[in-house]
Write a protein that binds this ligand. Structure first.
Ligand code: FAD
Length: 498
């Protein structure tokens, strides 16, 4: 041991969000006893590690949100129509000078990552959204299992049925059966007593990982470099944020799951710089609106949770809608005297026209608050994006008028970055042709035993909330590591089940 970290492990994972946790879980299921060290720059928020803050008592949750906000600018940017910069609790913004054309680009720094704060919407990608990997449907099934996804957890929420019936009548014509209006699958479990448990990285890690003594999670541990020797990743350098000491940890495999900005940051800082690194940066232009449901009789009792509905992406309408009945929305809409469930927040996410020039760059002479090369965003919307945003705005209006009376004069397009769904910066591809960073098992081209994970691996124009898809890709990568470890360390076949 050097300090509190091991000297050597089989697998080092950078980042403790849902993607890094999926690697740990699959390895714990397939090759239990594998020494896995997970490093997380942020603090632990509560029990179990990776817990979603909504499962904590209110005072602890408030402290946990603040503790996740890292070293970013202290400025508070609450949501309001037309706000130039939008920041959600539990996240911190990149400073304005580096945020460039994506003013609301944000990160979290805590055990569990953004997954300690997320809304848990887990739609499946459809049509052109689907990444080009073998066995995607089965990978998505496994990702749903790891995230604890429930198809319709709040089916009995006030007016949820009314919302779906009205939307279906207005929008379903011509849609394939799996692309029709329905409940939004959510990473949430509702107990027999009605108690709601939101899935964070704790659920992804699961008992299999927690019970494995060979797994170690190290909070307040900044990975400053992936060590590469002779074209192969052989470990990481870690700075203990409690003591500022530096440690070297040898590893047979390294997985960088440090979000779509800090994964390319760490590769760049480590001298791993394939041509596509940081490029194809893809945020989902987001349009919001709110309505009061028309003609709903009575005042139902307040429910523990509110309905969340989904209008899936289609090729001809390359955007996707998420309707959240008031109290489930992460964006505060004004309710005043509204009956529970009768105010509906509509959020439409557009698939970005993915372009190489939209990118994050780094400069060795310009360091961030952690001392790593600071990310600078170069980002803009194309003519295609503007067309899609207009079409999505029209779709939001149609949906709103089908439901009731809008609360605002017009839908609002949020500032770029507000979606928190950044993708593409370490995207996968079938060939090492300069347009991708890794192969379909997330193995980085040209550096053996180095994998990347998270939304950055997704290269398709996806409008759906991306975490489920990112975890499906992580499952494929983790299985490849398990197969290597099984071959080289035990000579046995991997266990079945993950
Ligand atoms: P993260 O969860 O961001 O975790 C990465 C971790 O890596 C961070 O904790 C970070 O501190 C750590 N790290 C970075 N660099 C280093 C380093 N050098 N050394 C050590 N550690 C490092 N997505 C959906 O799909 N559906 C939703 O409904 C949804 N709602 C959201 C609502 C909110 C309010 C927020 C904040 C996010 C939401 N998201 C949603 C986005 C979702 O949370 C992310 O897609 C998901 O958390 C990404 O997982 P990840 O593991 O790739 O990255």
């Amino acid at each position: 041991m050097t300090g509190r970290f091991p000297d050597e492990v089989e697998v080092a994972i950078v980042g403790s969000g849902p993607a890094g946790s999926a690697y740990a879980r699959v390895l714990a299921e397939l090759v239990p006893g594998t020494r896995v060290a997970m490093f997380e720059v942020g603090p632990r928020l509560g029990e179990p590690a990776g817990v979603h803050v909504k499962n904590l008592p209110d005072d602890e949750a408030a402290r946990a949100r603040t503790a996740s906000e890292g070293p970013g600018p202290a400025e508070v940017a609450p949501w309001r129509p037309g706000a130039a910069r939008v920041r959600r609790e539990g996240t911190f913004l990149l400073d304005a000078a580096h945020a460039g054309g994506m003013p609301s680009v944000a990160m979290s720094a805590c055990v569990g990552g953004m997954g300690a704060h997320w809304t848990g919407a887990c739609p499946r990608p459809g049509d052109d959204e689907r990444p080009d990997v073998d066995g995607l449907d089965e990978l998505l099934d496994t990702a749903e299992r790891l995230l604890g996804v429930t198809r319709d957890p709040f089916a009995d929420a006030p007016f949820a049925g009314t919302v779906r019936e009205r939307l279906a009548a207005a929008l379903d014509a011509g849609r394939a059966p799996d692309r029709r209006v329905g409940p939004m699958p959510l990473a949430v479990r509702v107990g027999a007593d009605g108690a709601v448990h939101w899935s964070g990285a704790d659920v992804v890690l699961g008992e299999a990982t927690r019970a494995d003594p060979a797994f170690g999670l190290h909070a307040e541990a900044l990975v400053t470099r992936v060590v590469v020797e002779d074209g192969r990743a052989v470990g990481v350098r870690v700075r203990d944020r409690r003591t500022s000491e530096e440690h070297a940890v040898r590893a047979r495999h390294v997985v960088v799951a440090a979000d779509a900005l800090r994964t390319p940051q760490l590769l760049w800082a480590s001298g791993v710089r394939p041509a596509a690194l940081g490029r194809y940066l893809n945020d989902q232009p987001q349009i919001v609106y709110a309505v009061r449901l028309r003609d709903v009789a009575g005042r139902p009792p307040a429910a523990a949770s509110a309905g969340v509905s989904w209008v899936p992406y289609t090729r001809s309408e390359p955007f996707h809608g998420q309707m959240m009945q008031l109290d489930a929305s992460p964006i505060p809409f004004v309710a005043q005297d509204a009956a529970p469930g009768s105010i509906v927040g509509l959020g439409w996410f557009c698939a970005k026209d993915v372009r190489a020039e939209d990118r994050v760059t780094f400069d060795a002479g310009d360091l961030d608050a952690y001392g790593l090369p600071a990310p600078t965003i170069h980002y803009g919307l194309s003519a295609v994006d503007r067309e899609r945003t207009e079409a999505a705005t029209a779709a939001v209006r149609r949906a709103a008028h089908a439901l009731g009376e809008p609360l605002d004069p017009a839908p609002v397009v949020l500032s770029a970055g507000a979606s928190l769904h950044y993708q593409g910066t370490v995207r996968l591809g079938r060939a090492d042709d300069g347009t991708s960073v890794c192969d379909p098992t997330s193995q980085v081209w040209g550096v053996e035993h180095l994998r990347v994970a998270g939304n950055g691996v997704i290269g398709t124009e996806i409008a759906a909330n991306p975490t489920l898809t990112a975890l499906a890709l992580a499952v494929a990568g983790a299985r490849a590591i398990a197969a290597d470890l099984t071959r080289t360390l035990t000579g046995a076949r991997p266990a079945q089940g993950a």
